[in-house]
Design a protein around this ligand. Structure first.
Ligand code: FES
Length: 108
């Protein structure tokens, strides 16, 4: 599979998450305060909650339901109650296009 355009870079709000779906895979796309774009699995591993509805804090995305914060770089939860990681995906930036291939996990 090839990478799919999911949104425009200029549409992303800094320190906020945007939920996108690629081939049925829900992904939270985050533009952090350093200007880096991250893509992590959108479903919290503690419950069926969209992480894109949570809060971006530095390099973490915090689930609004019970407060587990997931690393945007590794997908690992940094605190309980979640203990399983979410997947992280490689992001390609082509001009103003943000592209993700959900079959390609990011190298950690
Ligand atoms: S559903 Fe996300 S921490 Fe509980």
């Amino acid at each position: 599979m090839t990478a799919t355009r999911v949104c425009a870079l200029s549409e992303l709000e800094q320190d906020a998450a945007t939920r996108v779906e690629v081939d049925g895979v829900a992904i939270a796309v985050v533009l952090d305060s350093a200007g880096e774009v991250h893509a992590i699995g959108d479903v919290c591993t503690h419950g069926d909650i969209s992480l894109a509805d949570g809060f971006v804090e530095g390099e973490t995305l915090e689930c609004w339901a019970h407060g587990s914060a997931f690393s945007l770089r590794t997908g690992k939860p940094l605190n309980l109650p979640a203990y399983e990681p979410v997947p992280v995906y490689a992001v390609l930036i082509d001009g103003d296009d943000v592209l993700i291939d959900p079959t390609v996990k990011k190298e950690i």
